[in-house]
Design a protein around this ligand. Structure first.
Ligand code: GDP
Length: 350
């Protein structure tokens, strides 16, 4: 895949084409290029002219190694050119460090070219072989030190690229629905009954959590949506999360076009109604103004009373009865109706 990620439709897949080496690798490459033999025409007899040619070729090789190395920065987009989910994710965790690195990378390219010009001129003005050797070594030392100083964040940037490239393909034009709710409420059951193929599991970047993706196709309307389950993420109060995780998770709101919050209404369920409503409030704070579709799941085994009670409790936190869906993910009751409702709203927004 060539060109920019815009042509590739899939940002994470595009990032997989970028291979960032570390600074030690570059240093070794430059030094070994410097030491490599240079062949010049035997017709050039004058020792000073020969030496000048040798050392100017050596410094040109070293320059090209550095330019080649920093050219990878041109392949990497600034956060302002990325899909918003990725840019917010990077900015929230690393502030401007990623963008600053890319800018530094461009500066390095300009700086080393300028230094090269200067040393090339000095080499041609020098009449002493020892001085030529010293100048060329000095040049190599200077460009290596510029790279080391300016690109010291390379490991961080490398890590960002690796983490993001491991994500599944989150095509920008496909609506995404994020499933939330406490563990055991039925999220993965929901995902598996609506997904065409087997859901795909991968890492949620910068956290130890995973993200599971299924694809749902509405053949009548010819719409494909991605349904995302994020176990261990939007299913517990914030207190369990470290700051990086939390920041990473806040970025979910830029990914989700709609959020489904599943509730298990049963009295003997592992989590109480209070705990589930608290988590719903947490999801609301994270998700901002994205719409949350609350669905009471497992209506095939919950009693009418249990359902009634949760409906009442939901009213208290701002969800009207008619807004709440009644479903059984396992038995596929009400699932299509819920998805239809979401699609209609999504189509209105588009
Ligand atoms: P998750 O942790 O939220 O992903 O929950 P799971 O999808 O793993 O479901 C937890 C348990 O609830 C499993 O044993 C499911 O079979 C069961 N379950 C999920 N949805 C329903 C449902 O609608 N009815 C019934 N009876 N069981 C369900």
């Amino acid at each position: 895949m060539n060109g920019s990620y815009k042509e590739s439709l899939c940002f994470s897949r595009y990032l997989r084409t970028i291979n960032i080496q570390d600074l030690e690798y570059l240093r070794n490459r430059v030094l070994s290029r410097y030491l490599e033999r240079v062949s010049i025409s035997t017709r050039v007899r004058d020792p000073i002219v020969r030496a000048r040619e040798i050392y100017s070729k050596k410094i040109l090789r070293c320059l090209n190694e550095v330019l080649n190395f920093v050219s990878l920065c041109e392949k990497m987009p600034l956060t302002s050119h990325m899909p918003i989910f990725y840019s917010e994710l990077i900015r929230s965790i690393y502030d401007d460090q990623y963008d600053n690195f890319l800018r530094e990378c461009r500066t390095v390219s300009a700086l080393v070219k300028k230094i090269y010009k200067d040393y090339k001129r000095r080499i041609f003005e020098t009449d002493n072989v020892e001085d030529l050797k010293r100048l060329s070594r000095e040049f190599v030392g200077r460009i290596i030190s510029i790279v080391k100083r300016r690109l010291r964040n390379i490991d961080l940037v490398k890590n960002i690229v690796i983490e993001l490239s491991k994500m599944p393909c989150l095509e920008e034009n496909i609506p995404k629905i994020v499933l939330t709710g406490m563990p055991q409420v039925g999220k993965s059951t929901f995902l598996s009954v609506v997904s065409r193929a087997k859901p795909e599991i991968s890492n949620y970047p910068f956290t130890t959590k995973s993200i599971i993706i299924g694809h749902y196709i509405d053949e009548k309307r010819n719409i494909r949506v991605m349904i995302l389950d994020t176990p261990g993420i939007l299913d517990r109060p914030v207190s369990d999360m470290n700051p990086i995780e939390l920041k990473a998770i806040y970025s979910l709101k830029y990914l989700a076009d709609a959020i489904i919050f599943l509730i298990d209404p049963r009295k003997n369920f592992y989590y109480t109604i209070d705990q589930q409503l608290k988590t719903l409030e947490f999801v609301q704070t994270i998700i901002g103004d994205r719409k949350i579709y609350v669905a009471i799941n497992k209506i095939d085994i919950a009693s009418e009373e249990e359902i009634k009670e949760i409906v009442e409790r939901l009213k208290d936190v701002g969800f009207k009865k008619e807004e709440v869906s009644m479903i059984s993910a396992l038995k596929r009751i009400g699932v299509n109706e819920l998805l239809n409702k979401i699609f209609q709203d999504l189509l209105k927004i588009r």
